[in-house]
Design a protein around this ligand. Structure first.
Ligand SMILES: C[S@@+](CC[C@H](N)C(=O)[O-])C[C@H]1O[C@@H](n2cnc3c(N)ncnc32)[C@H](O)[C@@H]1O
Length: 227
């Protein structure tokens, strides 16, 4: 079973408040040719508004069959392909203008080698001038301490937060399963851009192009393949 299968039924409940990023990714999709590729598409939280608002085709890759099944059901006739696969080893039929990885999904990769593999596959999937956009949490020791051991609830569903500092990780414990998130530093992501042969276009502190500084808890990245 893929990590997220146990969480598929509850995922939309937990991500209902995560709306800030949707229009950011829709706006990038408006500027790109189709198809848009979404890594770790999940239940289509971002892909569905992209397809609905731009009319463009989305190819979404995810390793959880259960998340994909929820997404397919919700998307109905929209032009979205929910494809089972692994973002660490994916390919597309033709090079594309835009690859996105919303929802902090890159934080599910543990090692540098895994992340490097994602970035190298993205670079191979992009046309010259094409863009890769993603967002991850920015680590804050203050937020980590405040959240440690807390239990959050949504209706019947609950989720507990446990830090694992020696492994640079937090665990979200939910329905007896564990969703691990590995923190990514700024330098690590700059290194990934570099090693994949991409160029940094922008780093923001939020999806409204806020500056990235000590007051922001999100890193929103845009990288480009040289034209
Ligand atoms: C937090 S959800 C994000 C879903 C969606 N992108 C969103 O923003 O709502 C993380 C998703 O990453 C997927 N995932 C984790 N590791 C993956 C991998 N190596 N390859 C493909 N999908 C992966 C999980 O199955 C899950 O659907």
């Amino acid at each position: 079973m893929a990590d997220y299968d146990a969480h598929a039924a509850d995922y939309d409940l937990w991500s209902a408040d995560t709306i800030d990023d949707v229009q950011w990714y829709v706006s990038l999709a408006r500027d790109a040719g189709e198809p848009i590729v979404e890594l770790a598409i999940g239940t289509g939280r971002v892909a569905i508004p992209i397809a609905r608002e731009t009319g463009k085709r989305v190819v979404g890759i995810d390793r959880s069959a259960a998340m994909l099944a929820v997404g397919r059901e919700k998307a109905g006739d929209l032009p979205i392909e929910f494809r089972e696969g692994d973002m660490r080893d994916f390919s597309v039929e033709e090079p594309v203008d835009l690859v996105i990885c919303p929802g902090r999904s890159l934080m599910h990769c543990r090692t540098w080698a895994e992340k490097r593999s994602v970035f190298e596959h993205v670079a191979a999937a992009l046309r010259p001038g094409g863009r890769f956009a993603w967002n991850v949490f920015a680590y804050s020791p203050f937020v980590a301490v405040a959240n440690e051991g807390t239990r959050q609830t949504r209706g019947e569903s609950w989720l507990e937060v446990r830090g694992a500092p020696p492994d640079n990780r937090i665990d979200l414990i939910h329905r007896g399963g564990v969703i691990p998130l590995w923190w990514m530093t700024r330098a690590e992501q700059e290194g990934l851009i570099d090693v994949a042969g991409l160029e940094l276009e922008a780093l923001y502190g939020g999806c409204h192009r806020e500056p990235y500084d000590e007051t922001t808890y999100e890193m929103v990245w845009l990288a480009r393949k040289a034209a």
